[in-house]
Write a protein that binds this ligand. Structure first.
Ligand code: S3P
Length: 176
């Protein structure tokens, strides 16, 4: 039996945090972010973890955060943009609930992520390198149960679409 979480995945700037928070409120569920689990455990911000320990260490911490998610049920979870993009991670996430990919126009996602700042994976990367990173990640995101196109939409509109997609999926399951 699936743990019934709703798990948001997608590239940086997709709105996983803002949409996740609103969605949790709409559903009356708790909200958790894997990035917050990591910063709380380490007692330092993500850019600092990258700076002092490197990306490889951060990815290990993500694996630990993923393990911690096994304790959760009925929650809304926002994952870091790189968390699902390792062998086996999407299978684990899919076993923990309904995985929703917030996709969108890459230019829009990156502009939003750069505006918000503090994204070590975007620092010192050219547009072509960021696109290559996105292309490498897309097959992982594509393994989500559901996908919602966020292009040109604000968080409230995305939440409405996610709720509709969840309802449709639920209705389809009930018919089986
Ligand atoms: C990362 C995305 C970030 C954060 C870290 C690494 C990535 O989360 O986990 O900076 O590799 O894409 P957001 O997707 O919330 O920006």
């Amino acid at each position: 039996m699936r743990a019934d979480n709703v798990i948001l995945v997608g590239f940086m700037g997709a709105g996983k945090s803002s949409v996740g928070r609103l969605l949790a409120r709409r559903l009356g569920r708790c909200f958790v972010e894997t990035d917050d689990l990591i910063t709380a455990r380490e007692g330092r911000a993500i850019p600092e973890i990258f700076r002092t320990h490197g990306e490889a260490r951060f990815r290990e911490l993500e694996a630990e955060a993923l393990e911690a998610l096994r304790e959760k049920s009925g929650e809304v979870v926002a994952t870091g943009g790189g968390l699902p993009c390792r062998e086996g991670r999407m299978q684990t996430l899919r076993a923990l609930g309904t995985v929703v990919w917030l996709r969108g126009d890459l230019g829009e996602l990156v502009a939003r992520a750069r505006r918000a700042g503090a994204r070590p994976m975007l620092a010192e990367r050219t547009a072509a390198e960021v696109e290559a990173l996105y292309r490498a990640r897309e097959p992982y995101y594509r393994a989500a149960h559901l996908s919602v196109d966020t292009t040109g939409l604000g968080p409230d509109q995305v939440v409405a679409r996610v709720l509709a997609a969840l309802r449709d999926a639920h209705a389809a399951r009930a018919l089986r």
